[in-house]
Design a protein around this ligand. Sequence first.
Ligand code: ADP
Ligand code: MG
Length: 219
Amino acid sequence: MLLKAQNVHKSYIAGSGSVDVLRGVSLDLAEGQSLALMGESGSGKSTLLHLIGGLDVPSRGAIHISGALMSDPSDTKRAGLRRQKVGIIFQQFNLVPSLNVAANISFQAQLAGTHDADWCASLAQRMGLEDHLNAYPEALSGGQQQRVAIARALAAKPALILADEPTGNLDEDTAQTVLALLLEITRETSTALLMVTHSSAHAGVLDRQLVLKGGVIAT
Ligand code: ADP
Ligand code: MG
């Protein structure tokens, strides 16, 4: 199994007490599979995605990626596993404003020592960015910026892409184009995809759908 989350709990300290956001979430994702994560605003979708990406650690429970412990308390170990296995796409694109498109696509893979220039060029082409490689993010439309972010997430050939409402800032036509590209290329490369979305239409084109409710996966 590529991803295994077992009995994951997450509480945040809030004022004098604590808020139990996740109360025992378990889920599996196989290699190359796509999974939509839905649920009301505030239900903990982003929290769960951050834990799976090792950006934060659970209060209890374990997350394994390819058998390695992503919920390790060591930031360094989680960062290493993330670089090796995971690409993350955010709603707000999060491109580096001072880098051009080509550099935005490749810099993380370069840092990770897994840069492959031919692969980056082919990703840019697939994302329709070949005429914009020297442009800076501010000159791009939202749809173009998110296509850069998708290429960046795929540049290091991760086994798993985590996408948190990746089309939430795009108009519906652009959203559909971007989602179709994301699905096409993750399927082609057998990359697993875990995508948070509000749209049941968007969720429906993925292999599986789950709903987070009351801190657990609804059944
Ligand atoms: P979703 O992505 O489903 O909208 P989130 O995971 O962002 O939900 O948030 C779930 C709950 O956890 C919310 O009530 C939010 O206010 C709370 N929360 C999220 N991150 C933090 C944090 N760093 N500190 C305190 N509370 C947080
Ligand atoms: Mg969220």
